[in-house]
Write a protein that binds this ligand. Sequence first.
Ligand code: UTP
Length: 281
Amino acid sequence: MPHNKNKIRKCLFPAAGYGTRFLPATKAIPKEMLPVLTKPLLQYGVEEALSAGMNNIAVVTGRGKRAIEDHFDISYELEHQIKGTSKDHYLAEIRDIIANCTFSYTRQMEMKGLGHAILSGEMLIGDEPFGVVLADDLCDNADGNSVLSQMAELYDKYGCSIVAVEEVPLDETYKYGVIAGENIEENVVRVSDMVEKPDPKDAPSNLAIIGRYILTPDIFDIIRETKPGKAGEIQITDALLAQAKQGNVIAYRFKGKRFDCGSVDGFVEATNYFYEKGYQL
Ligand code: UTP
């Protein structure tokens, strides 16, 4: 079927990591299925993708991650049990997602880093631009557009890869990919350099990449050529640097909040935030 090359339809969810910071909870349950209140992190991410018009959901999973596929499927037994009862509404959001998205899955055989996980999704994405969501970064923009839809709007204008960034304290740069570049409009930077997990003294700025990306499909060939970097993993930051050197990456300071739910502190913060925002029992 012909499609508008500029319209981003697909979103990739790398979800094959071990989630060691959340052991023992993540021994048999994928980190992405941990709930903030009653909703798994991955479901928040899929809702965000859908809000940005990306309804073709591609998930990179690993061993022991079958709960993800079961979650985004109909449970006939459960439907039968709760249909017509006062609990029916609990399933409303997930039913809506299932009705409006298609899901495809692939496995990353060896956990060789985020860049490698994204490359594992190549067959699901093909030759078109796509979103990437790391579901353990939970984003919310209470005042309007989701972070991914803000980025999709920016893609319409620039047509190149986009990374979402936020300011972090300098002593935390070692946790992130950090960018340098030149402001081209308010909150938009043309990236000239990026470093994975730098010590504060080597950090080119305090603008850290968070788990939202829009990538152009040439990234796959670049990742294939990318040698393992920090921690012996194939880093998406290193691959993006090659695109940045050609002037083809912008960084966007998004509007909204971001919680690092891969860490216990961030997870608790997110839980309190969403609870206070108004949790409907
Ligand atoms: P993290 O850096 O948070 O690693 O990955 P992790 O293994 O999930 O968690 P910790 O550090 O051991 O606690 C960032 C994202 O990239 C995915 C993860 O699932 C997560 O969404 N990832 C990472 C992969 O899919 N494959 C990998 O090889 C590495």
